[in-house]
Design a protein around this ligand. Structure first.
Ligand SMILES: CC(=O)SCCNC(=O)CCNC(=O)[C@H](O)C(C)(C)COP(=O)(O)OP(=O)(O)OC[C@H]1O[C@@H](n2cnc3c(N)ncnc32)[C@H](O)[C@@H]1OP(=O)(O)O
Ligand SMILES: O=CC(=O)O
Ligand SMILES: [Mg+2]
Length: 724
């Protein structure tokens, strides 16, 4: 049902009622003022949004033409740079400046730790994420391959005591490494007590010791002689030793240690974007309702797990007693940011006075900002999000500084609309499009009063790398792309520019997602590279990954690393611009090509079928080696652009593609056979919408704006919803 407003514009009636009844009264904004001023806002920003998209297309068309006209020639970097400068793709170097963002919570401005991302449409997951500020180290070790699944050590359905012992040993190793004792080892401690303001550890022979750094003990719960828990702190992050002499684990433990609780996801991004399938007003309302529930702190999710009914709510803060007897209070929930959609998306919520649908990103800014204002207005609430009065909005897929300036102007207008002080709405800039990477300093400059992060979204960035140079030649296989100079230079550039612009103390320098949710041993080995590279946060796909990745920030003092990096030579623009194409010396056999195609197609189909048929925007999809990969729209962008590029340059044919689509559809059908409501693709390929969507994403990939997947996904999902 549509509701007619003045000036012949349209509004979805459910959206209108939701804002009027559920949001405006809490935000303290008058209805009449809101709707009147909203019309002015959308009429002001919608045309510019459109112009910015036209500019993207115009630049891309010129780049395509340039590559076509230089085909077969030796690549001339100087000529290419001059061309990109002339068309305005490369912006003039911005003058030096320092960011001045104020009122930023410590989790973003000062601390270093994991950043969890979660699809906001899924209330059960979103609540889990909000509560992932704290997690059990024992559970994370027991349930993942960090403790190898060797014979005798497999987790199994029943508790495996041998595996449990390994977990306890690893936990003690961690304590010895991060909170060493003056003498001896945590392995041999039989009890912990607090004596005056000091932690004492007793051994079985009655001898005692303290922490090498006594300042690491900060608080406790229970009696000093027999604590229920002990709170330790290192690099600004807390670790809680939980004792329970009757607990399943504690009763058999020398010191009755039941668990080691880790302060894990300092921040969480509630995602409206690439991990979400929201194609119309109905879907968007689900997303907005969840954001409202999270900000109010009263969201609940009721679900069945293993035959047991659960109700999930947001956790309360944690209260301890400091050594000096004062209350010691810690946040019980992750600090929430919300990721809006980018400039290119549209949905049917409302129209401008010109009869055009209002770009979805504008509606997201208004609604998430308006709901965020509730957090600021009612600062006495127990479960408030920001303690410094900020609303954190992550803006994805921005191309260059004009788009950043546009977004900041939009945020200013939203602040005025909802009555917030200027610069209350903070911006997290995703550095995930080539035009933003190459002009990062100018981008940050536009947002210098409200920027709270720059984050290397290397997945979208890889998709944009391929699309931007689609006509330059055939790209290397996907796995090789990660090893090339462009990506190292891009990652380093982000850190270098962030440091030069004075981000530490005001915001985060962030790194990308760990995309293999079940491969935690590999994550532990490789993701320590993120804090070592000077990033004070990096993305993780699950609460368990957050617990484990938090250990890295105990091992690395990011502030120290950043201090050491300030003097290095900044990453070279020329290196960032090296296009990772196959060279004449790179030989790929037809079997290599087929395997690459099969792998990509399996991932595309496995993701798209759940998106189109079930409305699930983020899935764990097995690759050709049966490793579950996190797939979202950004990984789909890479895979579809990659095959589109190989089609364009003759590494494969349309016939081969169609054969492989059918072959891999059968594989994906078999993988999903047990999924409720799943329609096999291979049974009736001619009418299967998911299969058609996957084919279009590849065959029409070269002409999709910036290689984005959202328009085709949305088209087919809407058709599927109509069929249903
Ligand atoms: C390029 C980019 O933009 S990256 C950012 C977008 N990507 C993301 O946000 C990834 C978020 N992660 C996810 O959506 C999921 O972890 C997936 C889809 C990758 C895997 O999901 P599943 O296959 O259901 O995971 P699995 O079965 O291993 O675990 C499910 C459990 O973990 C929890 N869980 C998994 N991921 C998350 C998460 N991100 N936040 C909170 N809880 C989570 C679930 O709540 C569930 O626990 P419950 O039963 O107690 O509710
Ligand atoms: O948004 C993250 C990315 O890698 O893309
Ligand atoms: Mg992205």
């Amino acid at each position: 049902m549509k509701l007619s407003l003045k000036n012949s514009s349209y509004m979805d009636a459910n959206f209108y009622n939701f804002i009027n009844e559920d949001v405006l009264p809490l935000a303290g904004v008058s209805r009449a003022d809101f709707w009147r001023e909203l019309e002015v806002l959308v009429d002001r920003f919608s045309p510019e949004n459109q112009q910015l998209l036209f500019q993207r297309d115009a630049l891309q068309a010129q780049i395509d033409e340039w590559h076509k006209s230089h085909q077969g020639e030796l690549f001339d970097a100087a000529l290419y740079t001059a061309f990109l400068t002339e068309i305005g793709y490369l912006e003039p170097e911005a003058d030096d400046f320092q960011v001045t963002t104020e009122n930023v919570d410590a989790e973003i401005a000062q601390l270093a730790g994991p950043q969890l991302v979660v699809p906001l449409k899924n209330a059960r997951f979103a609540l889990n994420a909000a509560n992932a500020r704290w997690g059990s180290l024992y559970d994370a070790l027991y349930g993942t391959d960090v403790i190898p699944y060797d014979a005798g050590l497999k987790p199994g359905k029943r508790y495996n005591p041998a595996r449990g012992q390994q977990v306890i040993q690893s936990g003690r190793d961690f304590l010895d490494e991060i909170f060493p004792l003056e003498t001896g080892s945590h392995h041999n401690v039989s009890s912990y007590v607090v004596y005056y303001q000091h932690l004492l550890a007793f051994f079985a022979d009655g001898s005692e010791t303290g922490l090498q750094d006594p300042g690491q003990f900060v608080a406790l719960n229970g009696h000093k002689e027999n604590p229920e828990s002990i709170l330790l702190k290192n690099n600004g992050l807390h670790v809680e030793l939980v004792f329970d002499r009757h607990g399943e684990v504690g009763k058999n433990d020398l010191a009755n240690l039941q668990d080691i609780q880790i302060e894990a996801a300092l921040t969480t991004i509630m995602d409206c974007e690439d991990s979400v399938a929201a194609v119309d007003a109905e879907d968007k309302l689900e997303v907005y309702r969840n954001w409202l529930g999270l900000v109010r702190g009263d969201l609940t999710a009721v679900f069945d797990k293993g035959g047991v009914a659960h109700t999930r709510r947001m956790n309360c803060d944690r209260v301890y007693t400091a050594g000096d007897g004062e209350e010691y209070r810690l946040p019980g929930r992750s600090l929430m940011l919300v990721r809006n959609v980018g400039l290119a998306m549209n949905c049917d919520i409302m129209q401008t006075s010109q009869g055009e649908f209002v770009p979805e990103g504008i509606i997201d800014a208004v609604v998430t900002g308006l709901i965020g204002a509730i957090d600021i207005r009612d600062s006495a609430r127990k479960k408030r999000n920001s303690r410094t009065g900020s609303v954190y909005i992550v803006k994805p897929k921005l191309h260059g500084s004009r788009e950043v300036a546009f977004t900041c102007a939009l945020f200013s207008a939203v602040e005025e609309l909802v009555g917030l002080t200027p610069n209350t709405l903070k911006i997290g800039i995703m550095d995930e499009e080539r035009r933003t990477t190459l002009n990062l300093k100018a981008c940050i400059r536009e947002a210098r009063e409200r920027v709270v992060f720059i984050n290397t979204g290397f997945l979208d960035r890889t998709g944009d790398e391929i699309h931007t140079s689609m006509h330059a030649g055939a790209f290397m296989p996907k796995a090789w792309l990660k090893e090339q100079p462009w990506i190292t230079a891009y990652e380093n550039n982000n850190v270098d520019v962030g440091l030069a612009c004075g981000l530490p103390g005001h915001g985060q320098i962030g790194k990308g997602m760990w995309p293999m949710p079940d491969e935690m041993e590999k994550m532990m080995a490789s993701k320590i590279a993120h804090p070592r590279a000077g990033a004070n946060t990096a993305w993780v796909p699950s609460p368990t990954a957050a617990v484990l990745h938090a250990l890295h920030y105990h091992r690395v003092d990011v502030g120290e690393v950043q201090d050491g990096l300030r003097e290095r030579a900044p990453a070279a623009r020329a290196e960032i611009m090296q296009i990772p194409l196959l060279s004449a010396e790179d030989t790929l056999s037809s079997a290599d090509i087929e395997r690459e195609l099969e792998n990509n197609i399996q991932g595309i189909l496995g993701y798209v079928v759940r998106w189109v048929e079930l409305g699930i925007g983020c899935s764990k999809v097995p690759d050709i080696n049966d490793i579950g990969l996190m797939e979202d729209r950004a990984t789909l962008r890479i895979s579809s652009q990659h095959i589109a590029n190989w089609l364009l340059h003759g590494l494969c044919s349309l016939d081969q593609l169609d054969t492989l689509l059918l072959r891999m559809a059968a594989v994906v059908d078999a993988q999903n056979a047990a999924t409720d409501g799943y329609q096999p693709m291979a049974t009736d390929p001619a009418t299967n919408l998911a299969l058609q969507a996957a084919r279009d994403l590849i065959v029409l990939g070269a002409e999709q704006p910036n290689g984005y997947t959202e328009h085709l996904l949305q088209k087919y999902r809407l058709q599927q919803k109509q069929r249903a």
